[in-house]
Design a protein around this ligand. Sequence first.
Ligand code: UD2
Ligand code: MN
Length: 576
Amino acid sequence: RICIALLFLIWIGGMLYFFVSNKDENDKGEISVEERNKHIDNGKLSREKDRIERDINVANIVKDPKFRNNEQIDQRSLAKFDWKGYQLRGALKPGEDKNQRNAYNQEASELLPWDRVVPDVRDPGCRKKSYDKNLPTTTIIICFHNEGRAALLRTVVSALNKSPEHLLKEIILVDDFSDNPLDGEELLALPRVKLIRNNQREGLIRSRVKGADMAVGEVLTFLDSHCECNEMWLEPLLQAIKDNRKIVASPIIDVIGHEDFKYLSSSSDLRGGFGWNLNFKWDFLPPNHLIKHQQDGTAFILSPVIAGGLFSIHKSWFEELGKYDPQMDVWGGENLEISFRTWQCGGEMYIIPCSRVGHVFRDRHPYKFPGGSMNVFQKNTRRAAEVWMDDYKKYYFAAVPSARYSLFGDIRDRLQLRKDLNCKSFKWYLENIYPELKIPDDDVTSYGQIKYKGREDCINAVGEKSNVVLRVLPCRGSGGKDGDKQDWSWTKSNQIKHESLCLSGISKKSEEIVRMVPCVATDNFQKWKYDEKAAALINLGSNLCLDNYNVGKELMQTECKGHDTQSWKLAFTSTG
Ligand code: UD2
Ligand code: MN
């Protein structure tokens, strides 16, 4: 109970800090990498599943997929659109939980005008940039499944308002079988808007391909259905692609708070990355890239992977490159897949800092996953790993053991595509594009979680590099949110390792706090023995036992007396 109370206090403190530090939306008080990663973590799905699954009303009239295109674009005008009426007909009902339907505060979203002004948070250097007059045209593709009307409308309207007329061919909405077909149909009254409605749930991956196939613009620009485009967001993306047809160009993704819908500037020192669990995450720019970025805040940022939702790509390059894997369902995995494919098959990926688009990052999925969220995410990810990662997929299996058993279907078409495009190896990708991703050592004999008293609490390595402390917190499962903080491995020299650090007893002193230090295979204080019978972890340098004596505080080593606070279970899998 003390532990829960403590966590609660930490959480309150964190929230306070977060809100205070983001008080002024115009200041450069940017959102932290942890905060952004928190919202894009993929693994927490299954735990949340019961809570999030909404009943989809199957009694809906199923309509054929259709593509409606009002020829008289000019007769439809933005000014005549009854935005309040549109929103009202799908608005939050009295007594309805405001966070339930969308996993964001729908009430806050509906209180904002459809064309609200957002702060121009671009690097000052961006205002001095000029772009060619004859940029390629684009089609904006927005897939949605039961998106809140206010957010969906703001996405479309901000795109209309912030894009030069001559560059925007059309906005294709792909309604992925939302409960109410009118959510999309009523938007056909807006200029340039076209609509495809799926007659069954397809997921965002196949839906995007449908939109892409219909597109008449030269460049495809994908957006999520809860975005707001910022000043001059489109030109930098199109210019990058005009200059190099094989560039996949992403904006900096600003944060629209899911609680208050404030538009917050994101740090421009971040780029897309992933760990061996193949969850997307934001990485700080590595030093050599950071220097370049600090010299010129408008320079392209090389990104090993894209977040997935917001990017432009030349239509012909998208097609040549194999669009998306059509056997990926619902959500997830496609972002890493298109990233590996782009880099390995001769393309490039950049974040273009002068382009900024806000996005509502959420903590959970508001929609149901036919097939179960974890299964679907794992299937998609495994397909990506099988096709693109060569032997390196073994590190994925090591990080997410259950992925070995996922049913991932037939991948022959995608392997053929890789062959036809003459793509480079994953080794090449790691060495040249993402050398920062460290390859796990082969001196590891087993890996997994260390459970306190063999129950539902696990040892976590909390904090950054030089200041990692150990805490016992609820087990989350590898791949889950913060699950990687609970990943431990046992080495051939009997070290207990997390990332590049090893658990050390430090000295012979009893009641000494144990610490994470750089691994040295010969240091006896870093060597441990697991006594199966006593369920104790004994340090070979001090002969003392790992102890959670001060519950909720850091771990220490104490004399081995068989106390239950000295009881640990290694939930480990062998690498062999
Ligand atoms: C991120 C991406 C998202 C996608 C995803 C991985 C950003 C900002 N977002 O997750 O675009 O790449 O990672 O797959 O980079 N949708 C459907 N049908 C479905 C499920 C979702 O149409 O079955 C729509 C949904 O309404 C939304 C979009 O697809 O417009 C992305 O879904 P999300 O917002 O839940 O994904 P997000 O932002 O967590
Ligand atoms: Mn989204």
